[in-house]
Design a protein around this ligand. Structure first.
Ligand code: 7TS
Length: 416
């Protein structure tokens, strides 16, 4: 088990009162808080090493370049990738997916080709494919979920066929918490000659990841959901794939030789990192990876599995409350969406906020899933390494208060 109290000492932001109560931060699926080590790395870089990278041969440029490239190697190690050169830094998961849609999709899809995705995808794994379909005449095929909020795997098996060129699937749902069997999905897709993109925005922060055993072709995630700064994303591609793709953006840093009419490209991954990258935040992301590595991702997972089970049981003790997604913590992560009967999700969040508890209300950028669940929005509590059982208790106490307030309001309306 994690020493949560010890971990909490590293997060300055957690030690504050909100609305007169200790802050309970349960919006980690949106973004996580940053430990002092990450904040210090940012400050240290700007105070001692700031320079542009991959150019200039002065000492600061060399130090900045070494640190930036060192983080690429750390990312590769963190996700079990064989080569740092298969890791591209982007701005976020969204940009990583758009990069694949443009640089791979435009060159490889023809009218009638199929892209298979699920209705539990985040908009960032839907919209780029809709745009690609418009450009190329490709067709999107959606896989449904089961009543338990798991991927309808038999339907997926039936949909994948000779026209399938890409299966693009979320590893862990940001709404349902569902963990999808991406290893099995990759086998099915590859048997049909299709590639597989895994949206790892919610899995990379919470599960041990080994891209080689997952068997996928692309893996995308964001630093800010795993203790790192905003503005840094990762796209990993299977060895050889990036070489076969044309660049997404053109400009400085990504070229080899520039001629008036035509130019040649730099080696991968630099071919995909046009312009000055987010040097400082990439370097600080390295401190986040060190931090998670120090804890161990298996320990992160164990902690969250326990806490998710605790949260689901505690939430379900509220009469009529519905938890969406799998109830078994072994089959899911710590993003727990729920609906409180008779209270709009935004009202729930506002009341809970008055207790110092930060949760999210809304469609969570998953409107297709909301429609399938037949709800306009949900509330969502999402967990991380610094959360404790007593914070779940604070949430549940605040939810009881929300239901009491709305029950009173209802009875007043009924009298009138
Ligand atoms: N994919 C999934 C599964 C996500 O949860 C998110 C962000 C993204 C992609 C996009 O990540 P970005 O870093 O490019 O924005 N999810 C959420 C969320 O659930 N609440 O706020 C952001």
């Amino acid at each position: 088990m994690l020493d949560v109290e010890r971990i909490r000492e590293d997060f300055p932001i957690l030690h504050q009162q909100v609305n007169g109560r200790p802050l309970v931060y349960l919006d980690n699926a949106a973004t996580t808080q940053k430990p002092r080590q990450v904040i210090d790395a940012l400050v240290r870089y700007y105070e001692t090493d700031n320079a542009n990278i991959h150019r200039g041969i002065h000492a600061l440029a060399v130090r900045a370049t070494e640190q930036y490239e060192g983080v690429r190697a750390k990312v590769a190690a963190h996700i079990g990738a064989a080569n740092p050169s298969d890791v591209v830094f982007t701005r976020n998961t969204t940009e990583s997916i758009n990069l694949v849609a443009r640089a791979w999709g435009d060159a490889n899809l023809r009218p009638g080709d199929e892209v298979v995705l699920s209705i539990m995808e985040h908009h960032s794994n839907i919209i780029p494919w809709q745009q690609l379909a418009k450009r190329t005449g490709a067709v999107l095929r959606y896989v449904d979920i089961t009543g338990e909020g798991e991927l309808a795997i038999d339907q997926l098996r039936a949909i994948i066929g000779p026209r399938t060129k890409l299966v693009t699937i979320v590893h862990m749902s940001n709404v349902l918490g569902t963990i999808n069997p991406v290893g099995d999905i990759a086998e099915m897709a590859h048997a049909a000659g299709a590639l597989v993109l895994v949206d790892g925005a919610q899995s990379a922060p919470h599960l041990p990841i080994d891209v080689r055993s997952l068997g996928c072709d692309f893996f995308a995630f964001s630093a800010h959901k795993m203790l790192g700064p905003t503005g840094v994303g990762v796209l990993w591609a299977r060895p050889g794939l990036l070489e076969s793709m044309d660049p997404f953006l053109g400009g400085g840093e990504m070229i080899s030789i520039v001629r008036p009419e035509e130019s040649t490209w730099a080696e991968v991954p630099h071919k995909f990192e046009a312009g000055t990258p987010n040097i400082a935040d990439v370097i600080a992301f390295g401190a986040a990876l060190d931090y998670l590595g120090g804890i161990g991702m298996a320990n992160v997972r164990r902690h969250e599995e326990h806490l998710a089970g605790y949260a689901i049981d505690a939430l379900r003790s509220i009469e009529g409350l519905k938890v969406h997604g799998p109830l078994d913590p072994e089959r899911r992560g710590g993003a727990v969406s729920f609906s409180v009967p008779g209270v709009h999700p935004h009202d729930v969040s506002t009341i809970v906020d008055s207790y110092g508890v930060a949760i999210r209300a809304g469609h969570h950028c998953a409107q297709l899933l909301m429609r399938r669940l037949q709800v306009p929005a949900t509330n969502r509590a999402s967990l991380y390494i610094y959360n404790r059982e007593q914070e779940i208790d604070a949430l549940v106490e605040a939810l009881h208060e929300a239901t009491r307030i709305f029950a009173r309001a209802d009875s007043r309306t009924a009298v009138r």
